[in-house]
Structure formats: structure tokens, C-alpha cells
Write a protein that binds this ligand. Sequence first.
Ligand SMILES: [Zn+2]
Length: 380
Amino acid sequence: MRTLIKNCNIASPGFEIKNGSLFIEDNHIHSIITQGESLPSADHIIDGQGLTAVPGFIDIHCHGRNNCDFADGNADGVNTIGEHKLEEGVTTVLPTTLTLSEEALSDALSAISKYNGKGCRMPAVHLEGPFINPSEVGAQNPNYVRMPDIGMVDRLTRIFPIKKVSFAPELPCGDAFVTSLLAKGITPSAAHSAAKYNEFARCYAKGLRNLTHFCNQMSPIHHRDIGLVGAGLLHDTVYAEMICDKIHTSANMIQLAFKVKGIDHMILITDAMRAAGMPDGPYTLGGLDVIVSNGAARLASNGALAGSILQINTALRNIVEITGLPLCDALKASSLTASYSLGLNNLGRLETGYLADIAMIDNDFNVHKTIVGGELRYEK
Ligand SMILES: [Zn+2]
């Protein structure tokens, strides 16, 4: 199957071209054709309508969408999320769980294992908790917090592969947990943590390189102990995964993080909960009541932020507006860097040999078409 996307601009890490075409063979990008070059014959032609083709977005932290949550343990709900993530240009998502009982997590992973595969890719799961610091639960349910337990990770990953575990590094044996996760090909990430800098440093020495929702529910910077926020700013090799909705982090903090770290270690995440893509109103997260209004999801009990309703194309628009970065640099944060941090190497660029996962956006970052493996799966 040969597919030609013609009449589009193309932006990918390192280059932007006007009025080009993308030639796809089976599910991979075969070549990029610039203006004036002759077009190859194809079985299928997609009119790019003057839109810009960018690498399909990768959201490594997503709990739900369209009134469904991965933690519901409902296979229809997983299909709904997979289909609707295409509307924001997401072609790969890591379904993200909450701090729940092992039984509830098993149910969630088993529902994900039944995904029909008709929407975006779901190659693996991100466990957020339950190995977190009780003092930094945020909107995670404190009843299910527990100590790092690699045996539990092993049991769950047999149900569906786990690629990322967010946990608090200061918990007992946090450094050994990092070593065990990395040995299994799972990316450890610090989250819901009050770690002092030296507690982070012990895990950094073992290979911890990711900070989950950078700045949120983690030890802030202080001039005598720079905590996790300071660690993220200090170490070039640490990936800062940030919810760039201007609610979880202010525009100034977003600007500061991108300025200090540069573009190559910033990752856009949504941390979206079930109200993403839905109207304001009452919802739940991990069994806790949440009210969504004016773009923010907050616990009904204490007003703590409870996930977001952010969509990743909006996050990309926000960072371009805030940082002034050219699109071909900014979009590293919406796919390529996330793929690196997970050890995937065929996603995040529109270049020969990469998977043909593509979002077609207009100048205002609205998504008009989403293509997964060369197949047009969403059209506005
Ligand atoms: Zn969280």
C-alpha cells in the first residue's frame, strides 16, 4: 500500500518545508518530496489542504478522556479513549493508572489488553503510584499508597506491558527499585515526592532520569536544598515532563524550565482525566469527587488539582507562544523526546524509515487529520 499526502507543509525535528508531499509505503515514511519534484504514483492520496504535517503526538501521561478513565477497568472505555485521543493529534498514548489496589490495577491492565487498536497506539502502560509519598498524594487516593514493590510490578506487567513507573524516590529502597525497573526495561520516574536533593541523587546515580509532572506534587526549589524541582533544572540529562496548561505550571515557570533545560529534555504531557473533551461539571478520579470548571479539574474536598483537561495540541501551542521556539524545535517536546525517554526509536520524526504517525495541524494548532501507520484514522 502506497499513500501520498500532498499539498502540505512538513515540520519535523530539525527542518520545516513548505508545499511538500509525504510518500508512505505500508506503515513507514518512504520519502519527503519537495516542491517541484515529480510525485510518485500511489494507491491512495490524502489532500493535505495546506495544513502542516508534524510527527503524531505521544502522550506518556494520560488517565482518560471523553468520560472514560483507564482505571475504570472497562474495555469499551479504553476503546473510547484510544479513538478520541486522535482528535488532539495523539498517535501513541501510555495509558496511565492511579494509586489503587492491586486488584483494581489488574482489572485496568486487563481491560487495556483488550484494546481494539482502532485509535492511537497503546504500546504499554504507565503506573503512576501506588508507590508514592503519603505527604504528596495530591489527587491520588491515600488509602492505596504503599511501599515500592517490584513483585507487584512483575505481576502486573504479565497482564499488559509496563513501560514507566512513577514513584517517590525517597521511599525505602528507592535506589534499588530504580535498578530493578531499569533491568526490566521500565523507565523509572520521580513523582508525588518530598525527596531532598541527596535522596534524588542516590536514585540519579542508579539511572533515574525522569520527573513526572515536573513541579507538581514534588519538593520545590529552596536555596539550601534544591529538591526535585532544582534537580530537574540542574541536570541537563534529566527529562522534565510538564503539564503546560498554564494552570498546573505558570507561564513564567514554563518559560524558566525551557530556558534553563533547553528543548531536548522537555516532554509535554497532559495528565488528562476523564473530563478531557467533555463539558464542565462533576466527575470522579480514582474514587474521589472532582469539579471541572474554567479549564481546571479540582478535588471537591480540598480544591487540589486533580489531573487536567489539557489536550496536547494546546500544550504545544502554549509552549510556542511562551518560548517563541520555532515549530521544528518545539515539537521535539510533543513526541520525539517522549519516545527517547522510553527507548523507542522509530517515532517522533517525519523521515525515511520512521513510522508514518502524523498529525495535520493548522496555524492555530487545531488538529484536522490524524494518521497512524499511514492510515487516516481521524478527520475533523
Ligand atoms: Zn500525579
